[in-house]
Write a protein that binds this ligand. Structure first.
Ligand SMILES: Nc1ncnc2c1ncn2[C@@H]1O[C@H](COP(=O)(O)OP(=O)(O)OP(=O)(O)O)[C@@H](O)[C@H]1O
Length: 364
């Protein structure tokens, strides 16, 4: 390695593909995860998340590409290290604890060394996951959250350099989940473990991830920090994966598209191209009707367009209001503070935050 080379990533996938029964279920996936970093594989059911995890674990073998840990090849054309030699920990949704072994025996399961050393590591880990004193209990005597913590302690015991987690929190009660997620994350970061976590829940990915890799049909369509993925989605489906969206149609002329909400820039898009203007309900502003007129247009918010409240639902900390728009009869959704719950039939004026709108070519 030359002095200028950056250190190898803790885990890297280079152009990894996997084919089952003549069908590519993972396609040309490249990813890199640093020590102490959490990467979430996020996407709908069947998009290839779990298969990608199994390839990293060595339970499946890829049909093309290379998987490395700290620069060392775990799996490539000529090498296929067995799962137990990879220094990889695994945690699944069902925890997979051995029911007939005590909590301490479960945690000790993958450990080698003298009895004293094993016992010291087990005690240390049970303390770290707040289960000191539970060593002699059997798994069925513990709550779901406690069992999940035993699974975490067991996976961490051999000090894996990489931790793979497949929907690890989905079996837990909602009330427990947030606390356990945060504690697990803190522990993994402290240990400097590179984490790959599979989830189909955007909120979980945004809460846990340093980086999100958004998958669709076996491919990674976008990788980035949660803030960037949320605020600069690559396409309409990527935007829709994270929240409700509004879509209005337009057509580009002179790199601009005219809509009832004013003009939007569409640089580099050829004349006559149909486009979708996409924005989230929380980026819609609402103003009162003043004798048939709305607020004055501004450069930040563009032109107001009038809509009639069709439905307003109280959602706790906010209300979701659906408007039927005068300009095309279509529906635009807006979230507003819950103190505001307008009656159906009320005319209101809508503007959208232009810095939060996306213009995508309409590929449908
Ligand atoms: N061993 C296998 N043999 C054949 N097809 C498989 C095998 N494993 C997975 N598949 C197929 O590969 C595709 C991707 O599956 P995978 O489990 O990776 O998706 P996923 O994104 O994790 O979905 P989910 O969230 O539902 O678990 C699916 O269509 C699945 O049926």
């Amino acid at each position: 390695m030359s002095p200028a080379s950056p250190p190898a990533a803790r885990l890297s996938l280079e152009n990894v593909s996997c084919r089952f029964d003549g069908r590519d279920v993972v396609r040309d996936v490249s990813l890199s995860v640093g020590a102490g970093e959490v990467l979430c594989l996020l996407g709908p059911s069947g998009c290839g998340k779990s298969t990608t995890l199994r390839l990293i674990a060595g339970i499946e073998r890829q049909s093309a590409g290379i998987i490395r840990a700290d620069g060392e090849v775990l799996s490539g054309d000529e090498v296929h290290m067995p799962p137990e030699a990879r220094g990889v920990g695994l945690i699944f949704q069902d925890f997979a604890l051995f029911p007939h072994l005590s909590v301490a025996q479960n945690v000790a399961f993958g450990l080698h060394g003298t009895k004293t050393n094993v016992s010291a590591r087990v005690t240390e880990l049970l303390e770290r996951v707040d289960l000191a004193g539970y060593g002699d209990s059997l798994p069925h005597m513990l709550s779901g959250g406690e069992q999940q913590r035993v699974a975490l302690a067991r996976a961490l015991a051999p000090r894996p350099r990489i931790m793979l987690m497949d929907e690890p929190f989905s079996g837990l009660d909602n009330r427990l989940r947030d606390g356990i997620r945060d504690d697990t994350l803190a522990l993994l970061k402290e240990e400097g473990t590179a984490v790959v976590l599979v989830t189909h829940e955007p909120e979980e990915a945004m809460r846990m991830a340093d980086q999100i890799a958004l998958m669709r049909d076996g491919k990674v369509v976008q990788t980035g920090a949660p803030y960037n993925i949320y605020h600069t989605p690559v396409d309409r489906d990527a935007a829709a994966f994270f929240s409700d969206i509004n879509v209005i149609k337009g057509e580009v002329h002179g790199a601009l598209t005219d809509t009832a909400f004013g003009q939007f820039l569409a640089p580099g898009v050829p004349n006559g191209t149909p486009v979708d203007i996409v924005f989230r309900p929380q980026h819609v502003k609402i103003d009162f009707d003043r004798g048939g007129r709305g607020p004055n247009p501004t450069s930040q918010d563009g032109t107001p367009a009038r809509g009639i409240v069709k439905r307003a639902r109280f959602m706790g900390h906010e209300s979701l209001v659906e408007f039927q728009m005068d300009f095309d009869g279509g529906i635009v959704k807006a979230t507003v503070p819950a103190v505001f719950l307008p009656k159906p039939g009320t005319p209101l004026w809508l503007t959208i935050r232009r810095d939060r709108c996306f213009v995508f070519m309409d590929r449908r």
